[in-house]
Design a binder for this molecule. Structure first.
Ligand code: FES
Ligand SMILES: [Fe+2]
Length: 377
């Protein structure tokens, strides 16, 4: 069942989806204390493993040393070059690719080539800028400032428990991708918050939209959830069977959650999928997407193999669904960027999670909707 009895207003003006000034406000008031989901913790298998990502605050490197995953701005303290351009790797010291400054696990400089020419620089006088890291439910999150409201406080207790329940099982990452899309980040997020477009954009893959009575929306402290009927196809049924054998439980519903601004996840019978939408400009964004297949006890090789195979088939299916969105959404961007609009827009009950997202965002920005729509942005 939906929460609202009536349709809801579109709260954000069209210019929020393309305007430079609006985007700058989002950088200052929304992204500055966001938690960004970057990877699953199982991706850091060896001491020294690192991976990099570009966030609105700048390039970031996550690096595991002595069993601890730390994050730093991927910018060298010498002349501020990007430290490493590799997307991942393994090393004992991070070495800047420009003049070779070396950094230790603490982020302090370890070796500076031709050090005497920097006199009187003190040892440990310069280092990398540290960022905050949290691991929740096996997912590694990064925030640029100390003291950001925790990701758990966005999720609330029940959804934190749901996400962390999966920690009991080890997993394997079976799919990862960074997809660049020429649309404002909110176009992508809002598309994920409604099932209304399913019957049109995804008719070939997902079929008709689910009956409203079978869908439930739930508002959580810093986000929202969708619970709908799970797929009844043969692969999904087999997946649930394997999950029951391996873990003693199997999620049979389709669940989608968002923790604002852009962390979205789907717990499935055999795994967890997450997407973080990373804004790259007022008219572009990137989806960082990871799918993890849960694994049972180590000795159950066959069951684990089966779980991975089924999860991979399902991942292939979801890639087709996401590709349909990626191909279509630039059309939405064209419309919201248009200098004139036929109306200010309208949000149905089925799309009500969008309304709650926009309300949260408008609050953060300090934007108050006015009734002065005159047909232009
Ligand atoms: S900018 Fe990194 S060593 Fe010079
Ligand atoms: Fe979609």
């Amino acid at each position: 069942m939906f929460i609202s009895d009536t349709h809801l207003p579109q709260l954000l003006p069209a210019k929020a989806y393309s305007d430079e000034g609006w985007y700058k406000q989002e950088c200052e008031k929304v992204f500055h204390d966001a938690w960004w989901a970057i990877a699953f913790s199982v991706e850091f298998q060896n001491d020294g493993d690192f991976l990099t990502v570009d966030l609105p605050c700048g390039p970031v490197v996550l690096w595991q040393r002595d069993g601890v995953i730390r994050a730093f701005l991927n910018v060298c303290a010498h002349r501020l070059s990007r430290l490493t351009s590799k997307t991942k790797g393994c090393c004992d010291t991070l070495v800047c690719e420009y003049h070779g400054w070396e950094y230790a696990a603490s982020g302090k400089t370890k070796r500076i080539p031709d050090a005497p020419s920097f006199r009187p620089l003190e040892k440990d006088g310069l280092g990398l800028r540290p960022l905050c890291v949290e691991v929740v439910g096996g997912i590694v999150f990064v925030s640029q400032i100390e003291g950001s409201p925790s990701i758990q406080s966005h999720l609330g207790q029940e959804e934190t428990n749901r996400l962390c329940r999966r920690d009991r099982h080890p997993g394997r990452v079976i799919y990862q991708a960074d997809l660049d899309i020429p649309v404002n980040w909110k176009v992508l997020v809002e598309n994920n918050l409604e099932s209304y477009h399913v019957g049109f954009v995804h008719r070939a893959t997902l079929g008709e939209i689910p009956d409203g009575d079978l869908c439930t929306h739930k508002i959580i402290p810093g986000g929202s959830m969708f619970f709908g009927p799970g797929s009844s196809d043969v692969v999904s049924a087999a997946g649930r069977q394997v999950a029951r054998q391996a873990h003693g439980e199997a999620e049979s519903r389709y669940i989608h959650g968002i923790a604002y601004p852009t962390f979205m996840w789907t717990p499935e019978a055999l795994g967890t999928s997450f997407q973080t939408v990373i804004p790259t400009g007022p008219k572009s964004c990137r989806i960082r997407w990871r799918i993890l297949a849960l694994q049972g006890e180590r000795k159950r090789h066959l069951l684990n193999l089966l779980a991975r195979c089924i999860a991979k088939v399902q991942a292939g299916f979801w890639r087709r669904v996401v590709n349909e969105d990626v191909e279509f959404l630039p059309s939405v961007q064209v419309g919201v960027e248009s200098l004139m609009q036929p109306s200010e827009g309208l949000v149905s009950r089925r799309e009500e999670r969008i309304f709650h997202f926009q309300k949260w965002l408008a609050n953060r920005i300090g934007y108050v909707k006015t009734n002065d729509f005159v047909g232009s942005a």
